[in-house]
Design a protein around this ligand. Structure first.
Ligand code: CP
Length: 331
């Protein structure tokens, strides 16, 4: 495997194979499998889980890693093509990425959406450039509209919990004071569809996911035998649901317009997940979130601390599945 950029690049069988490898590495640790291998990690944006789980996973396989956070102890990196670099950035990714790749055996990069131009972000223009500059195996640590490591970990979590393949999976918008990127909702709706689930996107008016993201999920569902729909009606969405996956994201009707987004979300504070949301759901319905999460803003304490919440298991599974990705790339 030379690239891990999008679950859609793999067949369902290949994903299941990767998940089986993750389980095998958990049951039968291979502490020397990646001895002598080096993973470079570049974070243009902050992280708690992705950074630490990749470093820990690499170390558990006998390899090592280095971390670069551009502009924090290293040169700030310019990402715009044809930029006149008379500002803060002293180096361009056109030099920076190949140089970093030359020091390591695989590179992971986190580069969020710019959040200004929906078409550019949907087209993964920045990550596409990084992909073209990296001649080593490359892992997407979260790009403009994708987070495949999170999606793979969440698939494993669903399997571990015995959530039926055909179960009802509700991806619900949750409140946040600012517009957050589309990467996790886009990766999540696709993952659940690819797993074969009955996927319902629950969101307020103005916060529909872009058609391109929904269409990609519908294609995955058509292949897996699942389905994808959307609604603004919480009661119908939650009826019989086995999973509520909460996530915050920005308006796509006014993408990049922070003031319009703020006006739209001003009255949506009640989209903070509470136990009562599960009234019509399956008795053992689970609550998922990729973290980080703002308590009592996106999810209330009562739900996050209750028996339905599996957020820490999801976070732990990040390391488990990423070890399988690294093993496939480098062993
Ligand atoms: N879920 C996730 O990617 O967490 P971090 O942003 O902390 O890496």
């Amino acid at each position: 495997m030379k690239r891990f950029l999008d679950l859609a690049d793999f067949s369902r069988e290949q994903v299941l194979d990767l998940l089986a490898l993750a389980q095998s590495l958990k049951d039968h640790p291979q502490p020397q499998a990646l001895a002598g291998k080096i993973l470079g990690l570049v974070f243009f944006n902050p992280s708690l889980r992705t950074l630490s789980s990749f470093q820990a996973g690499m170390a558990r396989l006998g390899g090592s890693s280095f971390v670069i956070s551009p502009g924090q102890g290293t040169w700030q990196l310019e990402t715009r093509l044809k930029a006149v670099m008379n500002g803060a950035a002293a180096e361009h990714i056109r030099e920076g990425i190949p140089v970093l790749a030359s020091y390591c055996d695989a590179l992971g990069v986190r580069a969020f959406a710019e959040g200004k131009n929906l078409e550019a972000d949907l087209g993964e223009s920045l990550f596409g450039m990084i992909d073209g500059l990296c001649d080593k195996p490359l892992v997407n640590l979260e790009s403009a509209v994708n987070h495949p490591c999170q999606a793979l970990a969440d698939w494993r979590t669903l399997d571990e919990l015995g959530v039926p393949r055909r179960g009802k999976f509700v991806l619900s918008w949750a409140y946040h004071p600012r517009p957050l990127p589309l990467a996790v909702p886009a990766a999540t709706v696709h993952m659940a569809a690819m797993r074969g689930m009955e996927v319902v996107v629950l969101r307020p008016e103005g916060f529909a996911l872009p058609e391109r993201i929904m269409e990609k999920a519908r294609r995955a569902a058509a292949e897996s035998g699942g389905s994808v729909s959307e609604t603004t009606d919480r009661a119908s969405a939650m009826a019989g649901a086995q999973v509520l996956y909460a996530k915050e994201w920005g308006t796509t009707d006014y993408y990049g317009d922070v003031e319009a987004d703020a006006r739209l979300r001003a009255s949506l504070g009640e989209w903070c997940v509470r136990e009562r949301w599960f009234a019509g759901a399956a008795a053992d319905a689970k609550l998922m979130h990729c973290l980080p999460v703002r308590r009592n803003v996106a999810i209330a304490d009562e739900a996050l601390d209750g028996p339905r919440a599996v957020v820490r298991r999801e976070a732990y599974n990040r390391m488990v599945v990423q070890m399988a990705v690294l093993h496939r790339m480098l062993a």
